[in-house]
Design a protein around this ligand. Structure first.
Ligand code: ADP
Length: 461
């Protein structure tokens, strides 16, 4: 048995220490989820829906406390954390309704005395592994559709941010969802991954995190042919066309890029700007970036909090130094404020220009408040740069022309497209990536599908 120390990334202070579970304890929890499955599945969709609505109400009642908890363990500014609570609840709202719309169908028969029908049933026990960047929303985005579909659910939150998940699950139980229908485990991550992927009762793994861990889990899922939804890394390009509304492009870039200190999988990682407007755009962007205030997310006027930990900080600094050593200029930022002794890590919001194509930041996910700018002449050149990535999660572009916009949205190999829009996530829309950004979608009508099995009944009269 070990201990997880949860620390505040803005101060380095340990805010809570939690015991981790042993292998036997984790397995016992999965067994409980298995035992709870038949009775949870047997509830009508209307009863499951009511329990989800009660859970959402509990979260709303505790909005402020949950928001503060997110800021304490994740570091994001409180206004963003409260926004995350609302966003997290919106998944429960949406899937409480979708529970009632899990329809089957009948198929015209080919033989007079046969009747063919298709029903949908819950897939079974669902095991989830979630990241630290949205500790509330990444959990509800998985738990809400799973529970709505009639699956029981067990989640391993990230070690950095388990407190939000624990609180959300307490509230679910208080709302009347049975204890074993929704559970969490806190234990060594590779061990939990092994147990989740090898336990025969688990029929579905849903993971949000790095592509490397996603690939590992996928290979482990093969042993027992588990279904898997993978929300993995990204390297989102933003194309700013010659006819873009520059004020809109700058405003939306700031929101998309510097939210959560750049630590989102849909965070823009490259700006690809038409050469004729590159100077005007860069000057306008730099002016706005200079206005961003970095600091402790609990302070009212802070826009950018600390990054999560040393590992994340080092990777960002390495990418900045690498780009600078290959000829880039820091149009703004490039610095940091790190206190190694106390262990908190702030990165200055940064814009890099004259970035060489072989700089790491042009291909590696940054997960920090830094963005490089490159330029293009022809639209096809911009598309080629944008698509030259292992990832395919989100992309953004800015243009006032419907022809340019339609051409871009049809030719960019990304699962999510923001057209003059930097905020693309919504519970009622499908979120997910192409290529090594993952498989499957969360949110929208698509988001409940992964938790359902299809059963075909051929009845002979
Ligand atoms: P990051 O580097 O951003 O933390 P990870 O992919 O490592 O991204 O983490 C996302 C989630 O995956 C976390 O909950 C983490 O504990 C978990 N995780 C990390 N390694 C493994 C593993 N080998 N097996 C299962 N889960 C893992």
């Amino acid at each position: 048995m070990g201990v997880v120390h949860v620390s505040n990334p803005a101060t380095g202070e340990i805010i809570h220490s939690l015991q981790t579970s042993t292998k036997e304890e984790v397995t016992a929890k999965v067994d409980k989820a298995q035992l709870a499955f038949p009775s949870w599945k047997a509830l009508t969709a209307y009863d499951r829906s009511k329990l989800l609505i009660a859970w959402a109400a509990m979260i709303r009642e505790n909005r402020q406390e949950l928001g503060e908890l997110i800021t304490l363990e994740n570091g994001k500014p409180l206004a963003e954390a409260l926004g995350e609570v609302d966003y997290a609840v919106s998944y429960i709202d949406w899937y409480a309704e979708e529970a009632k719309r899990i329809y089957g169908r009948t198929i015209p028969t080919h033989v007079p005395n046969k009747r063919l029908s298709v029903t949908r049933q819950p897939i079974g026990v669902v095991a989830a592994i979630t990241p630290w960047n949205f500790p509330a929303a990444m959990m509800t985005r998985k738990a809400a559709p799973a529970l709505a579909a009639g699956c029981t659910f067990i989640v391993k939150p990230a070690e950095e941010t388990p407190l939000t998940t624990i609180r959300l699950i307490e509230l679910a139980h208080r709302a009347g969802i049975p204890e074993d229908a929704v559970q969490y485990v806190l234990a060594d991550a590779p061990m939990v991954g092994e147990i989740f992927t090898s336990h025969k009762a688990v029929r579905k793994i849903t993971f949000t995190g790095s592509t490397a861990v996603g690939k590992l889990l996928l290979s482990q899922c093969a042993q027992t042919v588990k279904h898997a939804t993978m929300e993995l890394g990204g390297h989102a390009p933003i194309i700013v066309a010659e006819d873009a509304n520059i004020a809109v492009a700058v405003e939306q870039t700031i929101i998309a890029k510097y939210r959560n200190a750049g630590q989102t999988c849909v965070s823009p990682n490259r700006l690809i700007v038409h050469e004729n407007i590159a100077d005007v755009f860069t000057d306008a962007l730099v002016a706005k970036v200079k206005e961003l205030k970095v600091g402790n997310g609990m302070e009212a006027d802070v826009n950018v909090g600390p990054v999560i930990n040393r590992k994340g900080f080092d990777k960002i600094q390495d990418q900045i130094q690498d780009a600078l050593s290959k000829g880039a200029d820091a149009a703004v930022g490039g610095g940091h404020n790190v206190d190694e002794e106390q262990g908190f890590y702030f990165v200055e919001p940064t814009v890099l220009t004259n970035v060489s194509a072989d700089a790491k930041i042009m291909t590696e996910e940054t997960f920090g408040p830094v963005i490089p700018i490159v330029t293009f002449k022809e639209l096809d050149e911009a598309i080629a740069i944008a698509n030259d990535s292992l990832y395919g999660l989100a992309t953004y572009f800015f243009t006032e022309s419907y022809k340019t916009g339609t051409y871009l949205s049809e030719n960019l190999d990304y699962g999510i497209v923001g057209w003059n829009d930097g905020i693309i996530s919504a519970a009622h829309a499908p979120f997910g990536g192409m290529k090594e950004s993952g498989m499957g979608r969360e949110g929208g009508t698509e988001g409940i599908e992964p938790y359902l099995e299809t059963k075909y009944v051929s009845m002979s009269l």
